[in-house]
Design a protein around this ligand. Structure first.
Ligand code: MSP
Length: 512
């Protein structure tokens, strides 16, 4: 069995999860589930990034200990993953011992390799971004103060600091991007990163003095390790690195994909591979930077008061409805918009009207007129065979789309097939045939339920619960729901019982 490792970014615990976090973990879950159904052994990791000034300062403001805040917030992230029906195999918290050990060891490896030295950092730091900036990277706000490229406050820092010799890795990184042009996706991000590296890399500060809430630098407790060195290491600490005997690391590293948001591409596509080169560890196969979920075109932020709570949306609209909308609406890799109206329109048209209506109409007829049994196939006409063949011909291309992380195109293609099946059903009018040609009615219903079976198998990664309900109605065995079973030779057998249909995608009413 081929192994497949996918990770999300780990979220800061200075506040509860929002739509951006939900978007990322849903996308990762869709990819993880897809790969499992495609016969791979998957390790899907998500977690929380708990150390650093950002969390420390938030805890101070709340007059609680950072560990308390980190614990409480990590629980809200765990809850969100569960409620979103995410199938992560592990959830790493950077305050765990297994993680701290790995961070300590990766530091020692980089030091052994001569890439860490003590110096003096004079420059800007943004606590919100947890990032050091050169003056040339900063912008100015309306008060003529410097702000970070992400519009966050920066402060001047003058302190002793450990540095990592990033400048040593310029050529190696450029070579990596050249040899493996898919290392960073989408392509636009590769170009950005390549230009950044081509402009010359400076050594980076990798410790903070006075940071209480962090992992101490080995043999120098005055300094804490920079939160990004700490955080990035989660991708291997969760595999029990540096325990060389550990099967998990051997089986799953290098990761197939680090799925992250576009704002943190540099950390993943420049710093992380450089740290790994230095520590003598293989680098991940791919960094995929998705876009941002915006609220009516604007970035979600607390100050604008336009943050959507994913838990509330699940309660209002349903988990699969939210998953479907987020994955279908936006080209994966681009920014996308969220609004209740957009979601309702999408859900009502695609899920209630198309897939829901098709399955409800067809399965009700089967229930009523075929005695709740898979209809007789009888002899098929060209029009029947054409519909069945269409999916058979297209299926590999559609599956390949998901292998290339074109999530929205995958869904779109499956829904084109849903539309064609709907058209077939309307054209063949089985409800009229029931009075004069029962054999033909049976054939039309057989073709339609068979198409519903295949469509449901294909949509499982996106809407696991609803597809499970559809496949349960069709009495498809649990071990016959992987992509191998899309093939015609596993078609539904006439005469086998199926269950009474229930409405899976009720229409949502728009409330202002
Ligand atoms: N802790 C770092 C990541 C360390 S990974 C080794 C971090 N945390 S975060 O909580 O700010 O963001 C977590 C993920 O959510 C990031 O990939 C980020 O890009 C993503 N998103 C945050 N807001 C987002 C949107 N509005 N839309 C989509 N994703 C966005 O960065």
């Amino acid at each position: 069995m081929e192994n497949f490792y996918i990770s999300t970014a780990i979220s800061y615990t200075n506040g509860p999860p929002h739509m951006g976090h939900a978007y990322e973990v849903i996308a990762a879950d869709v990819i993880a589930r897809f790969n499992r159904l495609n016969g791979k052994r998957v390790f899907f990791l998500t977690g929380t990034d708990e150390h650093g000034l950002k969390v420390q300062q938030k805890a101070e403001a709340l007059k609680i200990k950072p560990e308390e805040l980190a614990y409480d917030m990590s629980q809200t992230f765990i809850k969100m993953s569960k409620e979103l029906n995410c199938s992560n195999d592990d959830f790493i918290r950077t305050s765990e011992e297994r993680h701290k050990k790995a961070v300590n060891d990766i530091w020692l490896k980089m030091e052994e390799n001569g890439d860490i030295y003590l110096g003096e950092y004079s420059g800007w730091y943004s606590v919100v971004d947890e990032a050091f900036y050169q003056e040339s990277e900063l912008k100015k706000n309306e008060k003529d103060e410097y702000i970070s490229p992400n519009n966050n406050n920066v402060e001047w820092v003058d302190e002793k600091s450990y540095f990592f010799k990033l400048s040593n890795y310029e050529d190696k990184l450029l070579d990596l991007y050249k040899k493996n042009e898919d290392f960073i996706q989408p392509r636009s991000r590769l170009n950005e990163i390549r230009n950044f590296v081509k402009n010359g890399l400076n050594d980076i500060s990798i410790s903070r003095k006075g940071l209480e809430w962090g992992i101490k630098v080995p043999n120098d407790s005055e300094h804490s390790i920079y939160v990004w060195v700490d955080a990035l290491t989660n991708y291997i600490s969760a595999l029990n690195w540096p325990d060389e005997k550990c099967d998990k690391f051997k089986s799953f590293w290098p990761a197939d994909i680090h799925l992250i948001g576009k704002d943190i591409t540099r950390f993943h596509a420049v710093y992380w591979p450089a740290f790994l080169f230095s520590a003598g560890i293989e680098i991940p196969k791919k960094v995929f930077a998705h876009g941002f979920i915006l609220n009516k075109g604007e970035k979600m932020s607390k100050s604008l008061g336009n943050i959507e709570d994913p838990m509330e949306l699940i309660n209002s609209f349903g988990v699969d409805q939210l998953r479907y909308f987020l994955m279908r609406e936006t080209i994966f890799g681009n920014d996308g918009n969220y609004s209740d109206e957009l979601l309702i329109n999408r859900v009502n048209s695609d899920l209630s009207n198309d897939l829901g209506n098709l399955s409800q109409r067809c399965l009700s007829m089967v229930n009523k007129h075929c005695n709740s049994k898979v209809p007789e196939k009888n002899s098929l006409k060209i029009v029947d065979q054409e519909l069945l063949d269409l999916l058979e011909i297209k299926v590999n291309d559609i599956l390949e789309m998901m292998d290339n992380y074109q999530i929205n195109s995958y869904i779109e293609e499956v829904f084109n097939i849903v539309s064609l099946t709907n058209k077939y059903f309307s054209d063949q009018k089985p409800w009229e045939l029931k009075n004069n040609d029962l054999m033909r009615m049976n054939s039309v219903l057989w073709v339609t339920v068979e198409m519903i079976r295949k469509i449901s198998i294909m949509l499982q990664p996106v809407m696991p619960e609803s597809c499970k309900r559809l496949l349960d109605i069709l009495c498809v065995k649990d071990d016959q729901r992987t992509f191998d079973f899309i093939e015609d030779k596993f078609s539904l057998i006439s005469g086998k019982s199926i269950k009474e249909p229930v409405i899976i995608f009720p229409k949502i009413k728009y409330k202002k």
